[in-house]
Write a protein that binds this ligand. Structure first.
Ligand SMILES: [Zn+2]
Length: 317
């Protein structure tokens, strides 16, 4: 819903910079309550509106967008976001500039890969596994919500699928066995190496843009990757001649996390954590490499198509 655009936001920020002379030395530390209020308008015509909690102009814009009366909007959830379309840029047109690459980029690649992995009958006629994509909200605030990975939604969905497909001849424990045979790719974005902040990265694990999916490792289990899951997921890439790279956080820095450990521990499913390298994560305009979108899509599609055959080989006596 276009409410505030980033040009307004940026002019607001620039004005703040000129008022805060020490911003370059002390950093930009806005008061989250009083200094990040979006600008909507300077003037507005008085609009007749019933008594509501929000500004009449905002309600008027919403009702116009929704093509309904203001009184018909009974409740709402609003997020302010950049409404400019994504675009290519950089000297070689190799960068994608976009809002919310984290984590719409992985979501797009996974969904496209799932659809395309099933496009012809030979793609799935011999498939014994179930291909699935699960997209969750609220990862940035801890995933503990009804639509986040902390809820048992995926577990319940898998259970319903197995119960529908497993007839009485499969006996008890069909669902538990299906879980043990499953494999989860937890795909979130990764911090690509930024030339201005080289010292923030462990010397031998500096993911670069355009060099393929980043496999994330953490001994403290902030990522759910294990030696085995990393091997299997990289093997998919090797077979299809796709590059991968590894990330380990410096020991003197805190490590981010993903929904990988939440789902791995909550469901008991083998998991690899991976992501597309990007710059300016969580800023209003993020940057990633054009090549990486293509590589991630191909890697996910190859995973759907070849996981079962690779996994089978791992457990031959
Ligand atoms: Zn994030």
């Amino acid at each position: 819903m276009p409410i505030a655009c980033s040009e307004k936001f940026m002019s607001h920020i620039l004005r703040l910079f000129s008022l805060f002379r020490t911003v370059n030395t002390d950093g930009f530390k806005p008061n989250l309550e009083t200094q990040l209020i979006p600008l909507l308008a300077t003037k507005h015509d008085d609009v007749l509106s019933p008594k509501v909690a929000h500004h009449p102009l905002l309600m008027q814009i919403l009702s116009n967008e929704l093509d309904c009366g203001i009184e018909e909007i009974v409740s709402l959830e609003l997020n302010v976001c950049d409404t400019q379309p994504s675009c290519l840029g950089g000297g070689n047109d190799e960068f994608i500039f976009s809002g919310r690459l984290d984590n719409l980029a992985s979501s797009f690649c996974a969904l496209r890969a799932l659809i395309d992995s099933c496009e012809s009958p030979e793609d799935w006629s011999s498939e014994q596994a179930i291909r699935m994509v699960a997209l969750f909200d609220n990862e940035e605030v801890g995933s503990n919500s009804v639509q986040g990975a902390g809820a048992p939604t995926m577990f319940q969905a898998m259970k319903r699928i197995v119960h529908c497909l497993a007839d009485k001849y499969m006996g008890e424990g069909a669902f538990e066995r299906a879980i043990r045979q499953s494999f989860l790719v937890s795909a979130d974005m990764a911090h690509g190496i930024h030339p201005n902040f080289m010292d923030k990265y462990e010397e031998h694990h500096r993911p670069e843009l355009q060099k393929g999916l980043v496999i994330k490792h953490n001994a403290n289990q902030r990522y759910a990757t294990t030696g085995l899951t990393a091997f299997l997921f990289k093997e998919v890439a090797n077979i299809h001649h796709l590059p991968t790279q590894d990330f380990v956080v410096r020991n003197d820095m805190g490590c981010g996390s993903t929904i990988g450990p939440i789902l791995a521990s909550g469901i008991g499913i083998r998991t690899v954590d991976c992501g597309i390298a990007q710059l300016s994560m969580h800023s209003v305009r993020e940057i990633c490499g054009k090549e990486d979108i293509d590589i991630a899509y191909k890697h996910f599609k190859a995973f759907y198509q070849t996981f079962s055959s690779i996994d089978k080989k791992l457990y031959v006596d």
